[in-house]
Design a protein around this ligand. Structure first.
Ligand code: SAM
Length: 311
């Protein structure tokens, strides 16, 4: 069975078209046809295989992420007819994504992590899951199909938190979890303090594609340390794509941000060892693919467990 998630994304259309990766798709499902007729959407195929619905009149972009629903989940959890509805109002279209607002598009790590969640659904079922730097919230939407509660967070810049709220609303028919959208800013741990009561039963943390500059990576790891130091014991899953660049200095292709991330993992392992027993491991990436995107060998998944020692 195929399901569709609707993700409003004000910036992806122009980015895709600039890269010349947009083509016309004739593969619109019936609800898409309805949207096209009612809302004058043009249907385009996005870089990750998603159908991008673009309304020139309304300057609105919606991405449809079709995915195969895992048969075991189908049997346990869902009626086959409960496809999500579309709410196409309200997204502003802007010309480009600045580095500051990189959250307002779906990165491949988000789809990779969403596949992992669907494949290992038991890890997430009935849990309170927290996602950091969630961007438009696609991974959280998938986790919310299984979890009992999902706290979706990002830095409060641009309209990202509002966009997450709208995307959760768009897909509410497939969500099981109670949802909460709040700010966590890696550079401002007061935002974590503000969530203390909310976070007291979080046992799983998610992050996708949060590693693209070194200062942010440092801030990310100090946030991870902070979040994982408090009870209850937590497990974190981090999906990322190693981004290779050719440097004259190395005369080779290197992935400096990923190297820096590995250093960050080492740093984390050495923190608060009197209080925390860390387990850090890279997970195999050969789990089933349900979403459509290029599953490159540069996509990696790390698991961190923080077992809290008795005082
Ligand atoms: C490359 S995007 C990934 C978004 C999403 N996880 C995905 O994979 O599609 C990086 C994310 O980091 C977030 N971010 C940037 N600075 C941050 C900060 N100081 N604290 C928390 N998140 C931040 C961005 O808003 C953005 O959502």
């Amino acid at each position: 069975m195929a399901l569709t998630l609707k993700i409003g994304n004000p910036r992806s259309y122009r980015n895709l078209s600039e890269k010349g990766e947009v083509g016309t798709s004739s593969d619109l499902g019936c609800e898409g046809q309805q949207e096209q007729e009612d809302e004058e959407f043009e249907c385009l195929l996005g870089a990750n295989g998603q159908v991008v619905l673009w309304s020139p009149r309304r300057e609105t972009v919606l991405s449809r992420f079709d995915f195969a629903y895992p048969p075991d989940l189908q049997a346990q959890d869902r009626s086959p007819n409960s496809c999500p509805q579309v709410d196409s109002d309200g997204d502003l279209h802007q010309n480009a994504t600045t580095l500051d607002l990189v959250g307002e598009q779906v990165w491949r790590g988000a789809l990779f992590l969403a596949d992992f969640i669907l494949h290992y659904s038991d890890i997430f079922r009935g849990k309170h899951v927290l996602e950091v730097a969630s961007g438009v919230g696609l991974t959280s939407v998938v986790a919310a199909m299984l979890a009992i509660k999902i706290t979706v967070t990002d830095v409060d810049k641009g309209e990202i938190l509002e966009l997450i709220r709208r995307n959760l609303k768009r897909n509410e028919d497939v969500l099981k979890a109670e949802v909460c959208v709040k700010e966590i800013d890696f550079y401002n741990h007061d935002t974590i303090d503000d969530l203390q009561a909310n976070n007291k039963d979080v046992s799983v943390i998610l992050a996708a594609d949060v590693v693209y500059n070194n200062p942010l990576t440092d801030a990310f790891f100090s946030t991870v340390l902070r979040l994982m130091s408090d009870p209850p014991e937590k497990t974190m899953f981090i999906a990322l794509e190693k981004r290779y660049v050719f440097t004259m200095e190395d005369m080779d292709s290197v992935a400096p941000c990923y190297e820096y991330f590995l250093d960050g993992l080492e740093w984390l392992r050495s923190q608060r060892t009197d209080h925390i027993e860390w387990t850090v491991e890279e997970l195999p990436s050969d789990f089933e693919q349900y979403f459509t995107y290029e599953r490159t060998r540069h996509l990696v998944l790390w698991k961190i467990n923080a077992k809290l020692k008795q005082p």
